[in-house]
Design a protein around this ligand. Structure first.
Ligand code: FES
Length: 107
């Protein structure tokens, strides 16, 4: 049951108790977190689950595949080196304490 800390662009912070096996997008949306839309339901087709992974956690995530890489070219907020799609990051127990930042906009 990894705890994930979401930082909002305006400085607010929200902690979510996720379930192992959930994606970051699912954890955020099921917690009612604003700032992640997940319009396509996690099919890697909308890029409205764009997030910035804290630098210290990047190495602990699987590499992105080509589809995620392509979709990240169409995000509303700038793509950064730590950009990922929340629906492509599956949470496991080892992600306890992961910190992510939400972009200022998803659309
Ligand atoms: S929810 Fe649509 S790309 Fe992630």
């Amino acid at each position: 049951m990894p705890t994930v800390i979401f930082n909002f662009a305006d400085g607010r912070q929200h902690t979510v108790e996720a379930v192992a096996g959930q994606t970051l997008m699912q954890a955020a949306v099921s917690s009612g977190l604003e700032g992640i839309l997940g319009d396509c339901g996690g099919a890697c087709q909308c890029a409205t689950c764009h997030i910035y992974i804290d630098q210290s956690w990047l190495d602990q995530l699987p590499e992105m595949d080509g589809m995620e890489d392509d979709m990240l070219e169409g995000t509303a907020a700038p793509r950064l080196a730590q950009s990922r799609l929340g629906c492509c990051v599956i949470l496991e127990a080892v992600h306890e304490g992961m910190v992510v930042t939400l972009p200022p906009t998803q659309i």
